[in-house]
Design a protein around this ligand. Structure first.
Ligand code: NAD
Length: 290
């Protein structure tokens, strides 16, 4: 059995704790040992709160789930890798390409698994779009995301907090090149809009828009023009969101048990670093504009 500690008990951390506490649908090598929180939460069901120091030093803990705000990921990953633990981190892994590269190197040197959650690739919506796109030749496309404001101080620049959208585009159309970006911000009403121009390897234009403001609904709008026609909508889910965090955990477990091929591991790492690299470029470009 591998002992797990969950760091950060917000929305994602709570789901992770629930999944680890629930009877697993198939035998799992994971056992929840405790959780770390900045707040005094006491116990969650039978699971006890432990200090960060105890989580790092306990020989019972083999694995850390980093479910805290994005700004803390880098430090937490480094601490747990240095303590000889495997790490699962909610996306985005870090808020810069350089730190992600350094942490991947550290994980490899220590012989530990570093897994970045990508639940956006496990949704029914993504499966639909992926299937629609298969075999088609893209001429141009747009992915426009809207949602409520996200605190930049805690979740980072929009290109990082919105990495799930970039991950969709890369998974659908292959590696992308950054062309240019624009930012619109109205601090008084927490309005933020980032428009990014990207290009596929065939030099086809893709636009990624990330727009956040009070009252904006969580929504993804797509408009992909192919030689064979246009894809403009994603049908509503037919079932509730299938347990995507649990499916992500299954992928992590396969890695821990050495059941994922070296090629697949390398592919995932490349995907993660490619997305973080583009996010990094966008951020630098936008900072330069200011
Ligand atoms: P959240 O604000 O609900 O939770 C973050 C929690 O982390 C808070 O409870 C905060 O107190 C805690 N925290 C922050 N710093 C900490 C520290 N140093 N030690 C212990 N606890 C700390 O946010 P969330 O939506 O759960 O997002 C958490 C992470 O999960 C983010 O990286 C996000 O990108 C990722 N994620 C979330 C979802 C989702 O559906 N909510 C989906 C995919 C990925």
């Amino acid at each position: 059995m591998l002992g797990v500690v969950v760091v950060g008990v917000g929305r994602a951390g709570s789901v992770r704790i629930r999944d680890l506490q629930s009877p697993q649908h198939h035998p799992s090598p994971l056992k929840l040992i405790g959780f770390v929180s900045r707040r005094e939460l006491g116990n969650i069901n039978e699971t006890k709160q432990i200090s960060l120091q105890d989580a790092l030093s306990s020989t019972e803990v083999d694995v850390a789930y980093i479910c805290s705000e994005n700004v803390g990921h880098e430090t937490s990953i480094r601490q747990f890798l240095d303590a000889g633990k495997h790490v699962l981190v909610e996306y985005p892994m870090t808020l810069s390409l350089a730190s992600a590269q350094e942490l991947w190197k550290k994980a490899e040197e220590k012989g530990k698994i570093l897994h970045e959650e990508h639940i956006e690739l496990l949704t029914e919506e993504f499966a639909f779009v992926k299937n629609e796109v298969r075999g088609k030749k893209l001429l141009e496309g747009t992915l426009h995301f809207t949602g409520s404001p996200l605190d930049r101080e805690r979740f980072g620049f929009l290109a990082f907090s919105g990495i799930a959208r970039l991950s969709w585009l890369v998974s659908l159309f292959g590696e992308l090149a950054f062309v240019s970006a624009a930012m619109e911000e109205q601090k008084e009403n927490q309005y933020q809009k980032m428009t990014v121009n990207l290009e596929t390897v065939d030099k086809r234009p893709l636009t990624w828009i990330e727009e956040r403001a009070s009252g904006l609904k969580y929504e993804r709008r797509i408009n992909f023009l192919f030689e064979s026609g246009r894809l403009e909508s994603i049908p509503p889910r037919t079932q509730g969101q299938k347990n995507i965090f649990l499916r992500d955990q299954d992928i992590f477990v396969r890695k821990l048990l050495g059941q994922m091929s070296t090629e697949d591991l390398a592919k995932e790492k490349k995907h993660s670093l490619h997305c973080l690299g583009i996010a990094d470029e966008i951020q630098k470009y936008c900072q330069h504009l200011q």
